[in-house]
Design a protein around this ligand. Structure first.
Ligand SMILES: Cc1ncc(COP(=O)(O)O)c(C=O)c1O
Length: 445
């Protein structure tokens, strides 16, 4: 943040008194006042009261066109009628039945039908749990310890994937992770098949995990041909290829990025859209690997060779109900086609606005995701230096003042956004960027 008071921040403060009051209470009750690192916003976040379709409203009565969309979970927007109805129906029948139930079977069946690699499905409660389980499965399957992960790719917050997320890539995302754990993860620049090959030659690699469309929701896009090469290379080395489709699953296509790019991994991790806006995730994949989770009635296997997995709320009936309703609504691909088209228009219009206002950087992305960058487009290896956090925080304040909300670097377009919302969004960006330019934010860049 600039040393002198920013008129934009002052205006933001003045127009969000109730959010400020809640944040002051939150800061006394919750570390840092927030419950997910990515919700950190200077000077304070807005507190949201409700959402409907592509819109949401905060406690101060402001209306926003929403591109957070449940961190990418809500491809059908807030409160999609069929999803609300499914949740309400199930809530009245029980939220946790302490046992197996028909909805989990139907949920697994619809996932198997849509996702090419999904021969079997195991539900988790989040994407983080899904990648954790997928890596465990890969290690059990191969008997090898190490995992190849790419710079700039995000797979949740567990110890096994905190290496190499943000530059500088040799500093893990979090402290508190033992070096012995970090040593199990071999970091690699994205899109560099020769570097992957050299790592697989070591002979101790269980899995290669990646976001198939590129790290951090496609911020560093995967170059054409790389997935095919990776598929061939991992097969040759007997290494498990894991596509982390927490973001791309059911968004790039009903069958996710693997259907969109036509490359089938061994294991796939899913979350967000799969659970229709409720908590949930899954690991899916090839039968021989997934079957490591199954009891066989052989005490030695069941006790010491099987892959263990538990979780009180796995496949809970509410998430299953919301997930089925959502997946059935997006199964024919028309929701994705609509969202993709809007995404393309928005990226083009935002790039135009940035040019017009004279802002360094651009807007880019694929499918129904857009990224706004003050550092230009990433190179093949991604952003190799830390991004200008101060500018992104100021932009978000400016957007919130002008009726738009999104995550710090990107937004997710839903199938229920319309031209009218896009027009408001482009105007909102224009005003926010003009205000930043007037404050001298982009001087010397
Ligand atoms: C690609 C990817 N993998 C895993 C995760 C972690 O998912 P969750 O937040 O459900 O734990 C995320 C979260 O945004 C993600 O983007």
């Amino acid at each position: 943040m600039t040393a002198r008071p920013s008129p934009l921040v002052e205006a933001y403060r003045a127009s969000h008194p109730r959010s400020l009051a809640l944040w002051e209470r939150a800061a006394r009750a919750i570390p840092g006042g927030i419950t997910h690192d990515i919700r950190h916003l200077r000077p304070f976040p807005v507190y949201v009261e409700r959402g409907k379709g592509p819109l949401k409203w905060d406690v101060d009565g402001h209306e926003y066109v929403d591109y957070w969309m449940g961190h990418g979970a809500l491809i059908l927007g807030h409160c999609y009628p069929a999803v609300v109805e499914a949740i309400q129906l199930q809530a009245a029948r029980g939220t946790h039945l302490g046992g197996c139930h028909e909805l989990e079977v139907r949920w697994a069946e619809v996932v198997s039908r849509l996702v090419p690699s999904a021969e079997l499905v195991r539900f988790t409660m989040s994407g983080t749990e899904a990648t954790h389980l997928a890596l465990r499965l890969a290690r059990a399957h191969t008997g090898r310890p190490r995992v190849v992960k790419f710079h700039g790719h995000f797979h949740g917050w567990h110890d096994g994937v905190v290496g190499g997320v943000n530059p500088p890539f040799d500093v893990p995302l979090s402290s508190g992770v033992p070096g012995a754990m970090l040593d199990q993860v071999l970091l690699c620049p994205p899109n560099d098949i020769k570097a992957v090959d050299a790592l697989l030659e070591r002979g101790d690699v269980a899995a290669v995990i990646l976001e198939p469309a590129g790290g951090q929701s496609g911020t560093t896009p995967t170059i054409p041909g790389f997935l095919e090469e990776l598929r061939a290379l991992t097969t040759r080395h007997g290494v498990v290829l894991i596509f982390d489709e927490v973001i791309t699953g059911f968004r790039y296509a009903p069958g996710g990025a693997q259907a969109y790019f036509g490359v089938t991994p061994d294991l796939t991790t899913l979350a967000k859209i799969i659970a229709g806006g409720l908590p949930g995730g899954a690991v899916t994949g090839k039968r021989p690997i997934m079957s490591l989770l199954a009891h066989r009635g052989d005490p030695a296997w069941d006790r010491s060779e099987r892959v263990a997995h538990a979780g009180t709320f796995n496949a809970n009936p509410l998430s299953a109900a919301a997930g089925i309703a959502t997946l059935e609504a997006v199964a024919d691909g028309s929701a994705q086609a609509r969202a993709n088209k809007l995404g393309e228009e928005l990226r083009r219009d935002l790039a135009d606005v940035m040019k017009r206002v004279g802002v360094p950087g651009t807007a880019f992305g694929e499918s129904s995701i857009y990224h706004v960058s003050f550092e230009g487009r990433p190179g093949l290896a991604g952003f190799d230096r830390p991004r200008r956090q101060d500018l992104y925080h100021l932009l978000r304040c400016g957007l919130l003042l002008n009726g738009v909300d999104c995550s710090l670097f990107h937004g997710w377009v839903s199938a229920v956004h319309a031209q009218e919302h896009l027009a408001r969004t482009v105007k909102g960006y224009e005003k926010a960027l003009e205000a930043m330019a007037a404050e001298g934010c982009f001087k010397g860049m």
